[in-house]
Design a binder for this molecule. Structure first.
Ligand SMILES: [Zn+2]
Length: 299
């Protein structure tokens, strides 16, 4: 089946010169998947902005108002790590819209992908770690509200723990949150999810994939979800500036295949988001994400 992806030129925004966030990866990824022929223009969709009502299913009115109105304090902006701008607001609304639309479409198509999203450090009342809104949580809440799903599972394989997502769904038995992440990496105050697996610095392909293979069937059997949202971060890659792990391109592609195969075997639809990636060479991060698109396109 053809892979449908969501992306937008608005995902890439102007940042101050020398800013440490690799904002250009979204445009590079879009160009690379089109150039590779993995996705055709007809299956590449521009998301609408998420509605304020949708955001309010997860976020507090004060926080949403502060983002929209540009009244975030300096401290709040520093915590997010991105300076406020109209472009940031537009990007944040579109990226949530992309995950919402991809998640809805996954229910019909099996596998879909937002070429952004996975902003798992966003909490109800604040953002941090380059995350403004929690697209994954909003998408799940919208689909639950609209009666499309009852239960969901989040499979978060970004190298950083999805502390915001875990906080949002804490105590909610309808949403299972599974994370495999660097134990010594950011966030230094972890928030317990349904199942957390901590990895040591320098973890390589074999151990990582062994652990994933052990836990995935348990996650799917325990959560019995109507939908999985998968955060396919590229930051476990050995070339990542922030990741501290040593996964190879091949190991990460096998990771993606393991997740998508496990879901397909039991008939669970999956919406994929790209989450983080901070390659010393940005092209390495983009390549990991392109490989995820390739695996998803044949799923
Ligand atoms: Zn990350």
């Amino acid at each position: 089946m053809t892979l449908h992806c969501w992306t937008s030129a608005r995902y890439t925004i102007p940042l101050p010169a020398g800013h440490r966030f690799p904002i250009e990866k979204y445009a590079l990824l879009r160009d690379a998947v089109v150039a590779s022929g993995l996705v055709s223009p007809s299956t590449l969709h521009e998301p609408d902005r998420a509605s304020v009502d949708a955001l309010l299913l997860v976020h507090t009115p004060r926080y949403v108002d502060a983002v929209v109105g540009g009244t975030l304090s300096d401290a709040e902006q520093r915590r997010i790590g991105l300076p406020w701008s109209e472009f940031l607001v537009e990007r944040s609304f579109r990226a949530v819209g992309g995950t919402c639309e991809a998640a809805r479409a996954a229910l019909d198509r099996g596998v879909t992908m937002n070429l952004a999203g996975g902003t798992h450090h966003a909490f109800p009342d604040h953002g941090e770690g380059f995350c403004v809104f929690n697209d994954v949580a909003v998408a799940i809440r919208v689909l639950q509200r609209d009666g499309h799903i009852r239960r969901a599972a989040v499979i978060d394989l970004d190298v950083h723990q999805g502390n915001g997502t875990h906080a949002i769904f804490a105590g909610d038995e309808t949403v299972f949150t599974f994370s495999m992440h660097g134990g010594r990496n950011y966030p230094f105050h972890k928030v317990a999810g349904s199942l957390d697996v901590e990895l040591g610095d320098g973890t390589e392909d074999d151990l990582y994939l062994e652990m994933l293979a052990t836990h995935l069937p348990v996650v799917l059997a325990t959560s019995a979800p109507d939908l999985v949202i998968y955060l396919a971060g590229s930051d476990p890659h050995e070339g990542d500036r922030l990741g501290r792990l040593r996964l190879t391109f091949d190991g990460l592609a096998r990771r993606d295949a393991m997740v998508l195969d496990a879901c397909r075997e039991v008939g669970i639809p999956v919406a994929v988001t790209i989450a983080g990636g901070y390659g010393r060479n940005i092209d390495d991060s983009v390549q990991v994400h392109v490989n995820t698109v390739r695996v998803a396109a044949r799923a």
